[in-house]
Design a protein around this ligand. Sequence first.
Ligand code: GLN
Length: 389
Amino acid sequence: MPQLSKRTETFTDSVIRRMTRVSLKYGAVNLSQGFPDFEPPKEILDRLAEVSREDFHQYSITWGAQNFREALAEKQSRLMGRKIDPNSEIVVTCGSTEAMMAAMMTVANPGDKVIVFSPFYENYGADAILSGAEPIYVPLYPPEFGFKADELEAAFRQKPKALILCNPSNPCGKVFTYEELKLIADLAAKYDTFVITDEVYEHIVYAPNRHIYFASLPGMWERTISCSSLSKTYSITGWRLGYIIAPTEIIDVARKVHDFLTVGAAAPLQEAAVTGLRFGDEYYADLAAKYTAKRNLFLKGLDDLRIAHTVPQGAYYILLDISEFGFESDLEFCEVLARDVGVGAVPGSSFFREPVNHLIRLHFAKRDETLYDALNRLEDLRKKIPVRG
Ligand code: GLN
């Protein structure tokens, strides 16, 4: 057989998505890949049923259906504090996974550097490799997951093309403060660097923390490529609806990349999702309240079991400390956890540049009864997983 492409040799399949398959294999409660097991809002589902009988079965305009972009522009203009033009400042993509990939291909040439904070969402590594860019990792230090300004500036001195900012952050749950964002903004301006954001958890933030859109910082609109999606906000991860918001000159290029990557996001789903984009502000307040209650339920359960963990400021992930079990491989720990305890988790090493093997990631975007089921199973953790070494 002729050789397959070299560019795919340096990364594996997604460990997050692999752990979903492992969970299915063992019948484990799947708290690995982050997606809800509760229903999307009824209004969106009702509209979806209607749409199936309407005329939305052919391609939409490649950069997104007109009414979807209009509804999105209206919502995001309200939140980002800036009038966003639905006709020139938005591309609708197949999830923010495509948005991030298209954003990278829009700004980076092969050999360019991009700054990535560690821990990071595992797609960014593959995005960089596929677009030919080379990541420069800057550590975030627990428990607050702050960065050191001098380490960040040292990374900027290497003349990166872009910085990738996941805020609120997967997997560490950090919500960047205004001061931290301002510091990043000042460096981005000083070193003339793009900022690509991944803000899919923009509405899942725990008080008193507050999400600030990076593009809303003074002078940052011009250099920010804001990526997000409807997946987490409306509990429709399988619909694969994401988007890029950026200035016209950037969007012109991102549209070309998107056009040849996927042509467009699913037309009937865009139409049905307009219903969600038109929800009032109370929907987002309710969503945050719902996740706050789930976070509190799950954190209390872990505390009762005396398992050390991070406390997220946003998003729906928790890193658990498994040092006491003495496993050399966190991947193996997760296999054993799924098989013998019946809980699916993601090994922390998938998210860190640093050699980390003592953390696993669980998420709590699940019905309360699913969370209680997982907590019940975790009660047997120390009985069922013997300490090694
Ligand atoms: N963001 C989710 C996670 O980290 C999953 C995203 C995906 O698999 N596309 O688990």
